[in-house]
Write a protein that binds this ligand. Structure first.
Ligand code: ZN
Length: 108
C-alpha cells in the first residue's frame, strides 16, 4: 500500500509542477498583429491548453481521493458494489474507484 501511496504522491507532485510552470502564460490573442487564421490557431491552442489544465486538475482531485481512501483503509474496494478490485485495474489506474463490472454498468 505504501508503494501505491508513493506512486500517487509522485504523480501528483509532477502534475502540480506542470500546472504551476506551463499554464501560467495565457495564449495572447492580439487581434491587430495576427491574421485571422493564426488567431484561430491561437484560440485552438488556448482551448487545448485549457483542456489539458482541466484534465490535470481532475487528476489531482482523483489522486487526493485515492490517498484519502488509502488513509481510511478503503482503498481497493469498488465504491459501488464494495467488492475488492482487480489489482491489475489498480495497476493501470491507481485512482480507479469502481470495479470493471460496475464501471461498465454505470458507463464510468
Ligand atoms: Zn463494483
Amino acid at each position: 500500500m505504501d508503494q501505491v501511496r508513493e506512486k500517487l504522491l509522485t504523480e501528483r507532485a509532477a502534475i502540480v509542477t506542470a500546472l504551476e510552470t506551463n499554464d501560467h502564460k495565457p495564449v495572447e490573442l492580439d487581434q491587430t498583429a495576427v491574421g485571422r487564421l493564426t488567431r484561430m490557431d491561437a484560440m485552438q491552442a488556448q482551448a487545448l491548453a485549457q483542456n489539458v489544465r482541466r484534465r490535470r486538475q481532475q487528476r489531482v482531485m482523483a489522486i487526493a481521493k485515492a490517498l484519502l481512501r488509502i488513509d481510511e483503509d478503503e482503498y481497493g474496494y469498488c465504491l459501488s458494489c464494495a467488492d475488492t478490485m482487480d489489482p491489475k485495474r489498480l495497476e493501470i489506474d491507481a485512482t480507479a474507484e469502481y470495479c470493471v463490472a460496475c464501471a461498465e454498468k454505470e458507463g464510468l
